[in-house]
Design a protein around this ligand. Structure first.
Ligand SMILES: NC(=O)c1ccc[n+]([C@@H]2O[C@H](COP(=O)([O-])OP(=O)(O)OC[C@H]3O[C@@H](n4cnc5c(N)ncnc54)[C@H](O)[C@@H]3O)[C@@H](O)[C@H]2O)c1
Length: 256
C-alpha cells in the first residue's frame, strides 16, 4: 500500500462502523494518524484496536452537539498538532412516505446529516486552512436526485452536495479543497437490517445498478482517500458517484 498520508492527521466521523470504519483503516494503512469520532465508544475502541499501532485517538462525540465537536477538534490538535483532512461521514437515513413522517424525524435527519457536517466543518476549518487540507463529505446518489420513499434523506444529502460545491468555490483561495462521494447501496449497518427484513428491496435496488451488485465499504473508502490525497490536487467541488453506474442512467425504462 502506498503511503500518501504519512505525517497527516485525518478526522473521520461515524468511525465506528461501515464506510467510516473502512475509511479509518484505509487512511491509517496509508500512514495517517486518525481521529475516530462517533457516539458509541465501544465500537470506536474496537476499530482502533484493529489498527495495530497507536497512530490514532478515540474521540466519542455526537456531531449534532457543538461542544462535543469543538472538544474533538481541540483534542485532535493537542495530540497531533495539526489537522489535514476532515471526512464528514456520520449520517443516518429515514425511509417512508412524506406524509407519514413526522417533523421530529425531519429535524433529526437534518441535525445529523446537515448540522453535523456544518459543526465539524466550522470547528476544523481554521486548522485545515493552516495545512491547506481537504474536506471529503459523504453524500449519496440520493443527494443528486430524488427517490420515492426517501424524501427526508434526499433533502439532507442534497444540502450536503450543494454545500460541498459552494465551499469548494469559497475555500479554493485558502488552499482547502472540498469534494464529496456519492455512494449507492453499500453493505453497512445502515441498511443490512432493512435488507434482512425486506430482501426484495435489495433485489429491486440491485436491478437498477448496471454492475448488478452493491458496494463494500472499502470501495467507498478508497475513493474518499483518493479525493483527500495529492493525487486529486486539482479536483475540487465534485460530487463523485461511487455507484456502479446508477447515476449514468437517464432514469427511463430499459429500451431493449
Ligand atoms: N450504506 C449505504 O448504502 C449508503 C449509501 C449512500 C450514502 N451513505 C452514507 O454513508 C455514510 C456512512 O453510513 P454507513 O452506510 O457506513 O452506515 P453506518 O450506520 O454503519 O454508519 C453511520 C455512522 O454514523 C454514526 N452516527 C450517526 N449519528 C451520529 C451522530 N449524531 N454523531 C456521531 N456519529 C453519528 C453512527 O453511529 C454510525 O457509526 C452516511 O452519511 C450515509 O448517509 C450510505
Amino acid at each position: 500500500m502506498v503511503s500518501r498520508f504519512e505525517g497527516k492527521v485525518v478526522i473521520v466521523t461515524g468511525a465506528g462502523s461501515g464506510i467510516g470504519a473502512a475509511t479509518v483503516r484505509r487512511f491509517h494503512a496509508e500512514g495517517a494518524s486518525v481521529v475516530l469520532c462517533g457516539r458509541r465508544e465501544a465500537k470506536l475502541v474496537q476499530v482502533g484496536a484493529s489498527l495495530g499501532t497507536n497512530r490514532y485517538i478515540i474521540q466519542p462525540a455526537d456531531v449534532t452537539i457543538v461542544e462535543h465537536v469543538e472538544r474533538l477538534v481541540a483534542e485532535a490538535t493537542r495530540r497531533f498538532g495539526r489537522i489535514d483532512v476532515l471526512v464528514n461521514n456520520a449520517g443516518a437515513g429515514t425511509v417512508g412516505e412524506f406524509q407519514g413522517l413526522s417533523s421530529e424525524q425531519w429535524h433529526n435527519m437534518f441535525a445529523v446529516n446537515v448540522d453535523g457536517v456544518f459543526n465539524l466543518t466550522r470547528a476544523a476549518l481554521p486548522r485545515l486552512i493552516e495545512t491547506k487540507g481537504a474536506i471529503v463529505n459523504v453524500s449519496s446518489v440520493s443527494g443528486l436526485g430524488g427517490d420515492r420513499g426517501l424524501s427526508f434523506y434526499n433533502a439532507t444529502k442534497g444540502a450536503v452536495s450543494n454545500l460541498t460545491r459552494s465551499l469548494a468555490i469559497e475555500l479554493a483561495v485558502k488552499g482547502v479543497r472540498v469534494n464529496a462521494v456519492c455512494p449507492s447501496v453499500t453493505f453497512t449497518d445502515m441498511n443490512m437490517p432493512i435488507f434482512e427484513r425486506v430482501p426484495e428491496l435489495l433485489d429491486r435496488l440491485v436491478e437498477r445498478i448496471p454492475m448488478a451488485r452493491g458496494a463494500q465499504p472499502e470501495e467507498i473508502a478508497s475513493v474518499i482517500a483518493f479525493l483527500a490525497s495529492a493525487d486529486a490536487s486539482f479536483v475540487n467541488g465534485v460530487n463523485l458517484p461511487v455507484d456502479g453506474g446508477v447515476s449514468a442512467s437517464s432514469g427511463q425504462a430499459n429500451f431493449m
